[in-house]
Design a protein around this ligand. Sequence first.
Ligand code: TXA
Ligand code: MG
Length: 320
Amino acid sequence: MADIGTDLQRAVSFLTQGDLVAIPTETVYGLAANAYDEAAVVKIFEAKNRPAFDPLIVHTHAVSQVSGIVREVPDAAYKLAERFWPGPLTLILPKAEHVPLLVTSGHDSVGVRIPNHSLTLDLLRQLPFPVAAPSANPFGYVSPTTAHHVQDQLGDRIPYVLDGGACEVGVESTILRLNGDEVEVLRLGGLALEDLQEVVQISKVQVKTSSSNPAAPGMLSSHYSPRKKVLLGNISENLQKTDPSRTGVISLQQIYSEVPREQQIQLSASGDLSEAARGLFSALRTLDAQPIDLILAEPMPEQGLGRAINDRLQRASFQS
Ligand code: TXA
Ligand code: MG
């Protein structure tokens, strides 16, 4: 079983010798390896059971380091970096030659991010290389937002989980592709579109899904899924078609008297969508462990982090 702790030196030595370490970020926990060590990066794909077509995000601690990972930095990227890094934003940029194609799944571009978590920033400062890190969950399952979520699922496959507490944002980073100064959203995430639009003009929101090998890699229709079936829609209506004693509920605020209390989770009593995002993945995990057959969830308002929550709930509910 992986050890859990806050020992930076242990994390540094595992990563330096080519082993995996789970690291906290403000979005979700990542499964990190030396981005320039192909043998180490292979271990990520193996531990997660991740298909090779799904590229990894490279994490570093400073904008000054990004120029070593990418070939060119368009003006829009500087503007975004200045405003939002460290933070829940990933930029897809032309990769530098020495970034292994294994990391980018053969693409000529690489995803880069500076995560906003003090422990992980300290770790990254002590390493002479950036780390490639996908979310630290088995491929297709819900992303982890605590060290114990990682331990539960990948504990027997990795030596160490760096414990930075519960993730403050709770959904993965927003991913943007920059073609010159054209900005395209590839994944809705922890940075709200409204905030992005204060800095750049967004030309396209391209988060449409595919059920096999997607054009935007990793954007599979069915993803972020608990084992229990998820039905997204009007909860009151859907409750009439089910046995409430065997049903779970994820709502923003509303409590449903016909459903046992321990089988329902209200994501934010005050209707705060950032608080809702923070609790979403834990809620899916908690209900996954309940003696129920079905999870009913309702769409959130399409604003702020509500968009990212809806995207994750849609993928969790997708039936192929
Ligand atoms: O918040 C996050 O982004 C977390 C933390 C750990 O940083 N990481 C994360 O990684 O969510 P992952 O591997 O679960 O999702 C990364 C996604 C890929 O599935 C893919 O869609 C996109 O990032 N991506 C990465 N590199 C890309 C590239 N070169 N071109 C297009 N998409 C890319
Ligand atoms: Mg993931």
